[in-house]
Design a binder for this molecule. Structure first.
Ligand code: ZN
Length: 486
């Protein structure tokens, strides 16, 4: 039997995490005040269905109110083994037909056979058809005493409001790496297996908050025959590059040895490591450094990697990897130094009438779309400006690699720009120093964001990104008088 099934908790106390859900449910059971319908939402693998089953066990458990569910009485065992006639587990994704809905309705009307309540667990509830929801709505409006509904979903926002409002909603959280690691460690001890802490930490991280994934990975690691199981074993299992290689990559970039870093990255790429994995590993290494030394340059680097990882998730390429490393390098070296005074610019010529077909914004998006992926990654870094029948691509001065590439491919870009924006020519320009214009972080080059103020900091996408990277939340906010930039 799979480990995650074998180790599936049978009591509230065995569930790892989700304390905010457990406490409320335990209390409701103790006081015999369960709601008629619950909605469990949250990412996959964090224990929604497990909690639903435990709740189903509790409704008919033979133990006293304080101990429910015991996990061992006949009722609990039948639920655990999925053979209780009064506990219905329905996968909404695959039971969507009119037939299914009719059957479900009939089931709801029938009184329970053995237990005091009939429990209906609807997994992936957001996948239910409209007619299924409508059929249930009646029952939810006037719930029969003997029915308990538990909706489990990864996408609560796709549930109809009419249904949602008639349920008690619990949001399940991702589990922290420490929580997962602690659970794996306990499991290793139970099974009498020697595993290096670092190996467990890697699995915990790879599980991304889902205990189920962590257990599946752990089980696969157990297949390795020698003991103790090491970090290298875990790296191989997860297809991760060796930690030393990642550390070296980071070190070369910090020293300014860009060429060597790129060479090393290329050799890892050729060995078969995915660009996204490499960037994710770099991010992990940098994250540890930031926690040790919260240095703004390191934080910039981390943000650059986070963005790069997101892009690589959409399309992986060696160029994407190289760009990520270059971005990291520039971010860690701080923003571009003020360059020499710019050559005087020609007086702006009067703007020609706008092209009638599409807005510049639409045209720009169309142009980006038309470019081959590697070139798109380069061009999207520019601030576009359509002026006097020309498309000017403004690059920040430190993006030397981008500028070079854009110049080399100018003809290709121009051909597409003509179609997308109706311009005759494409010009690659380098912005001056810190440029007064706000840098477009996102793809849209408009409108400029309002200046940051303390109260808006929490809305700042970059700030949000940092919070997400560290899986952190804001506990309190403090306003301070503005200080001089360090
Ligand atoms: Zn029991």
């Amino acid at each position: 039997m799979a480990l995650y099934r074998k180790k599936r908790p049978a009591t509230f106390d065995e569930v790892v995490g989700q304390d905010h859900v457990k406490e409320v449910l335990k209390n409701a059971i103790k006081k015999d005040r369960l709601a008629h319908a619950y909605l469990f939402s949250g990412p996959r693998g964090v224990g929604k269905t497990t909690m639903a089953r435990i709740l189903a066990m509790a409704t008919g458990c033979a133990a006293g109110p304080e101990e429910r569910p015991c996990g061992v009485c006949e009722h609990c065992r039948m639920v655990r083994e999925g053979r209780h006639p009064d506990v219905l587990e329905v996968d909404a994704a695959s039971n969507n037909s009119v037939e299914d809905v009719r059957e479900l309705k009939e089931q709801i009307l029938l009184a329970p056979v053995l237990a005091p309540k009939k429990v209906i667990i609807l997994d992936e509830a957001h996948m239910m058809s409209k007619s299924a929801f409508n059929a249930l709505l009646k029952t939810l409006e006037e719930p029969p005493e003997h029915v308990l509904f538990i909706f489990a979903t990864t996408e609560p926002e796709r549930m109809p409001a009419t249904v949602k409002s008639r349920t008690q909603h619990f949001r399940f959280h991702r589990l922290s790496e420490e929580t997962i690691k602690a659970r794996l460690k306990a499991l290793a001890e139970e099974e009498g297996v020697e595993v290096e802490e670092e190996a467990l930490a890697l699995l915990a991280r790879a599980a991304e908050g889902a205990m189920r994934d962590a257990l599946v990975l752990f089980e696969r690691l157990l297949v390795v025959e020698h003991r103790p199981l090491t970090r290298a074993d875990a790296e191989r299992l997860l297809g991760l590059p060796p930690a030393e290689a990642v550390a070296r990559l980071l070190m070369e970039l910090e020293r300014g040895e860009v060429e060597r870093a790129l060479e090393l990255a290329t050799s890892l790429f050729l060995e078969g490591y995915a660009p996204r994995t490499l960037v994710a590993e770099l991010k992990g290494a940098l994250k540890e450094r930031v926690l040790e030394h919260p240095d703004p340059a390191l934080l910039e680097g981390l943000l650059a990697l986070d963005e790069a990882e997101e892009r690589l998730a959409k399309e992986e390429s060696r160029l994407g990897l190289e760009l990520a490393l270059l971005r990291l390098y520039h971010a860690m070296r701080g923003r571009a130094k003020p360059s020499e005074p710019p050559p005087p610019r020609p007086k702006p010529t009067p703007e020609p009438p706008r092209p009638k077909a599409a807005s510049p914004e639409e045209g720009w998006q169309a142009l980006l779309k038309g470019l081959p992926a590697p070139l798109r990654a380069v061009v999207r870094e520019a601030r576009p400006e359509v002026k006097g029948g020309r498309l000017v691509l403004h690059f920040r001065p430190h993006l030397r690699f981008h500028i070079e590439r854009a110049r080399a491919e100018q003809k290709k870009i121009a051909a597409l720009a003509e179609k997308a924006l109706g311009v005759r020519e494409v010009v690659v320009a380098v912005e001056e120093g810190e440029g007064p214009a706000p840098e477009p972080e996102e793809e849209e080059p408009s409108p400029p964001p309002p200046p940051p103020s303390p109260s808006r900091l929490v809305d700042d996408p970059r700030f949000k990104r940092v919070l997400a990277i560290f899986n952190a939340e804001i506990l309190s906010l403090e306003e301070r008088p503005p200080t001089k930039e360090a």
